[in-house]
Structure formats: structure tokens, C-alpha cells
Design a protein around this ligand. Structure first.
Ligand code: PHE
Length: 361
């Protein structure tokens, strides 16, 4: 079919002649868009002028003009969009600078407390300990009674412990030691032959990390919530030497071979004898500073031989079985390792602090 270019108004015919040239010299997207507006735009473009013209054209030339308009529309639209594509792809290839350093994508990391917890667990796993978990909401019985803590003991006061208002015998555990009670009770259960689980296992050693709660004011070394790791070993003829050997080994594995550890007598109702374990203050190397309160030592755990009362309360014969238990504060140890003087930093989640912790082993 022959197209009737003679039907075009002269200005549009002229513009169409120039179109190819304009399109190929358009240097950027804006220029192409301007041409697009002039030729195919929705308002006052050559295309809209032609559509108007079509309405007024006498019947006999309507189809010729219609065919011509169609042809022009396709020609213009195709050329415009091709040029746009060209310019866009040219632009994007030229904007890639392969010599630039790529932006650093900030990655999350395991929180230092969780990381230390995992390290502690792995040290004890290598000694044959497994992990036992207990609930944070505990009974008074497991948190205190089962641990030989008398009804008048000050730790039981509502000024020290979070009790549940409508459940006076439920509380937020104040230490991870109630897990001792839970595990011992389970182990004392006997099978049909009358053999206890403890007997068939020939003893047990486990670790129990978790959150604990106390009504403490927040300051650089106290928080109403902190984390502990409980450890317990039950066997036959277990003595203080086993406890001392285990903890000395574990502390060196955690803090480095040069770590200096000392054992002092200490009192906890659920162990006898009981002790407290200190490490030499890494900040002042034992000279005495604010963190170690001038003593040169920092207390990091409580420990001792399991009190016979705790065993018999759980239904285990203390004349046959003996063991040791210990409990350490994870934040305490984290403060020592990272030489961080303020416990609160571990809970505030300031990314600058957490970032700096990533470098600490
Ligand atoms: N439960 C004690 C505390 O929170 C620590 C401890 C655990 C002491 C086991 C002795 C034995 O301080």
C-alpha cells in the first residue's frame, strides 16, 4: 500500500523529515523525552494534531490518512523507545567504575554474651558435660527449699527476689542452681527393677546456662537480669580436688594459660564446703583498681561440694553419691575478658560497643 504523505500538513511533514536526524543526535534521555512530547505526546503533539485532522477529513481520504497516521505513530514510537534504550544502557555501563571499593554491608554478629556462653559450654563439653535447661519462672521449692536455703534466709525476701503477685510460690529464679534440683530429682527416679537413672548412668555432669533475676539497682556491676552458667558433677567419691582441678583447667581454657585463679572459702547453703573463686584483675594486673575494688582480684564464681541435704532432698543417697557444683556470672567473665568496666554496655546494644567487642577473642 502506498502511503499518502501528501495528506500531511506541511509543518508535520517537515518535522517528520527531520525526525531521524533529531533522534540520532539526541544526547540524553531528557532530549528524547522532549521529542517524544512533540511527536507522540498526549497533548498538542503532532500525533494529536493528526488525530484531530482525521476527524475533519472527508470520507474518501479518511482511510488513507488513517493508514498514514498509523505508520507514523509506529515509526516515531519505535525510534523513540530504541533511542531511549540506547541512552540508558550506555549510561549505565559507563557509570560502573570497577576500581571503586564496594560499599561495606554491615553484618550482624553473635552478641558477646552469647558468644562467651558458647565458649564456656564448649570448654565443658570437651570434659564430657552436656547442657540442661531450666525455666526462668521457678518454684520457691526448686529455687530455695531444694537447695537447703532456710525459710528465713535473706535472699528469699521480696526486697531481693521477684515473686509473682497471684502466685506467691512462683518467682523469677535468682540463680541457675534450681536446675541442679530439677536434674537430681529426675535422676533419682527408679525403673521397674528399682534402679535409679543416676545409677544406670553411673553419675552425671552437666552445664546449665541461663538468665537469672534479682532486685538489684542498675549500676556498673549490677543489673536486675544477668546470666549465669551452672555446672554440676555427681559421681562416687568426688572431692574438692576434682572441683579445683576442673575449674582451674576451665578458667585457663577460657581466660588464657596465664590467668591466675585462687580459691577462698565461701558460704552457700547448698554446698559444704563452699568456696569462691577469684581471678587476678586483668585491668590492674593485681595492683588494685576501681574494678577490683583495690583488692587485685575479681570474684567470678561460687562453688563447692554438693550438700548432702540437697542430694537427699532430691531422693539421692548422700552416703553413696557425692559431687560438686559451681555457678558463674557470664557478664562478669565477659567484663574481665574484654576489660569492660561497665556491665550496662552489654544490655544497651549500642552497635559501636558491640562492634568493638567483635575484636575481643
Ligand atoms: N548459685 C550461686 C550464686 O548465684 C552460685 C553457686 C552455684 C555457688 C553452685 C555454689 C555452687 O551465687
Amino acid at each position: 500500500m502506498n502511503l499518502r504523505f501528501d495528506l500531511l500538513p506541511s509543518d508535520i511533514a517537515e518535522a517528520h523529515q527531520q525526525f531521524e536526524g533529531w533522534i540520532s543526535t539526541a544526547r540524553d534521555v531528557n532530549e528524547v523525552n522532549r521529542l517524544k512530547g512533540v511527536f507522540t505526546g498526549r497533548k498538542a503533539s503532532h500525533l494529536t494534531t493528526l488525530t484531530e485532522l482525521l476527524k475533519q477529513t472527508p470520507k474518501e481520504s479518511k482511510s488513507d490518512l488513517g493508514a498514514l497516521i498509523n505508520h507514523l505513530k509506529i515509526t516515531w514510537e519505535t525510534a523513540l523507545s530504541l533511542r531511549l534504550d540506547q541512552l540508558i544502557s550506555k549510561n549505565s555501563t559507563s557509570s560502573i567504575d570497577l576500581t571503586l571499593t564496594p560499599p561495606v554491608i554491615p553484618l550482624g554478629a553473635v552478641h558477646p554474651i552469647q558468644r562467651l556462653e558458647a565458649q564456656i559450654v564448649s570448654v565443658f563439653r570437651s570434659l564430657g558435660y552436656h547442657v540442661e535447661e531450666g525455666p526462668e519462672v521457678e518454684t520457691e521449692e526448686n529455687n530455695f527449699d531444694g537447695l537447703n536455703i532456710t525459710p528465713s534466709h535473706p535472699a528469699r525476701r521480696s526486697s531481693d527476689t521477684f515473686y509473682f503477685q497471684n502466685h506467691p510460690h512462683l518467682l523469677l529464679r535468682t540463680h541457675t542452681s534450681p536446675v541442679q534440683v530439677r536434674v537430681l530429682k529426675r535422676l533419682s527416679q527408679k525403673n521397674k527393677e528399682g534402679v535409679s537413672l543416676l545409677e544406670s548412668l553411673e553419675g552425671i555432669r552437666f552445664l546449665s546456662p541461663g538468665r537469672v533475676y534479682r532486685k538489684d539497682e542498675i549500676d556498673p556491676t549490677h543489673s536486675p537480669m544477668f546470666q549465669q552458667v551452672e555446672g554440676m558433677l555427681i559421681g562416687k567419691n568426688i572431692g574438692l580436688h576434682h572441683l579445683k582441678g576442673t575449674l582451674s583447667y576451665a578458667m585457663k581454657a577460657l581466660l588464657g594459660a596465664e590467668a591466675d585463679v585462687r580459691f577462698r572459702p565461701g558460704y552457700f547453703p547448698f554446698v559444704e564446703p563452699g568456696c569462691e573463686v577469684d581471678v587476678r584483675c586483668p585491668l590492674c594486673k593485681g595492683q588494685g583498681c576501681r574494678v577490683c575494688k583495690s583488692s587485685g582480684w575479681i570474684e567470678i564464681l561460687g562453688a563447692g561440694l554438693v550438700h548432702p541435704q540437697v542430694l537427699s532432698h532430691a531422693g539421692i543417697d548422700p552416703t553413696v553419691w557425692s559431687g560438686f557444683a559451681f555457678g558463674m556470672g557470664i557478664e562478669r567473665i565477659a567484663m574481665i575478658i574484654s576489660e569492660c568496666p561497665d556491665l550496662r554496655l552489654f544490655f544497651e546494644n549500642d552497635v559501636r560497643f558491640l562492634q568493638s567487642m567483635r575484636e575481643v577473642r
